[in-house]
Design a protein around this ligand. Structure first.
Ligand SMILES: C[S@@+](CC[C@H](N)C(=O)[O-])C[C@H]1O[C@@H](n2cnc3c(N)ncnc32)[C@H](O)[C@@H]1O
Length: 185
């Protein structure tokens, strides 16, 4: 759902000609997007009604707004947790990163059940969600989440709890979500 300081607002504050494409398949999200996702005159903002399970359709629509011959930041934040089959999730990442050139980035966050990050505590919450809500969600091990970055160069500080990724000097509490940023060589 659009909020304050959405990706395009931050990007266009720094580079007003930034071009941003959002993807979601929830009609409520898309209705808000239509009214709230405006753009600077020099840049562009688009939103695509597409399912993450269909990366080919996403790439085709994204290419209307983005120049896929130039490096792109692909931000998969809290989305692969809705792709329950890990092999399918890996194929989605591979297909999207294959379609963008060298120098592109992958920014990925994913809930984990690893207890190093206190993840075991969220298993009952996810079970409750899956019994009472849609779409079904899954957490993954840090090892499986790290494998999404295969073939890419992960930037410091690596795959860490999202709250610890280049955190401000006071150490924030660990959250049970792994996140990292990687560059396509
Ligand atoms: C946890 S939110 C993350 C939103 C955003 N990426 C962020 O970081 O603020 C997950 C979003 O994924 C969307 N979503 C869930 N399943 C999806 C699917 N199969 N295809 C596309 N979007 C999906 C939901 O509608 C929801 O807006």
């Amino acid at each position: 759902l659009p909020t304050v300081d959405n990706t395009h607002e931050i990007a266009q504050r720094i580079a007003p000609d930034s071009r941003i494409v959002y993807v979601d398949n929830d009609p409520i999200v898309l209705a808000h997007a239509r009214t709230l996702l405006t753009s600077t005159p020099d840049g562009a903002t688009d939103y695509i009604d597409a399912d993450v399970h269909d990366p080919a359709a996403i790439l085709e629509r994204a290419a209307v707004t983005l120049d896929l011959t130039e490096p792109v930041a692909v931000m998969m934040l809290g989305i692969l947790n809705f792709v329950l089959d890990v092999e399918k999730a890996r194929r989605i990442v591979r297909e999207i990163m294959a379609a963008v050139p060298s120098g592109s980035c992958l920014v990925l966050t994913h809930p984990t059940f690893d207890d190093d990050l206190g993840g075991a505590g969220q298993i009952p919450a996810m079970e409750f969600w899956n019994e009472n809500a849609t779409p079904p969600i899954t957490a993954r091990s840090g090892e499986d989440i790290a494998a999404f970055f295969d073939g890419l160069e992960i930037l410091p500080p690596g795959l860490v709890s999202c709250s610890r990724w280049r955190a401000e000097p006071e150490t924030p509490p660990v959250v049970p979500q792994f996140g990292a940023v990687a560059v396509k060589p």
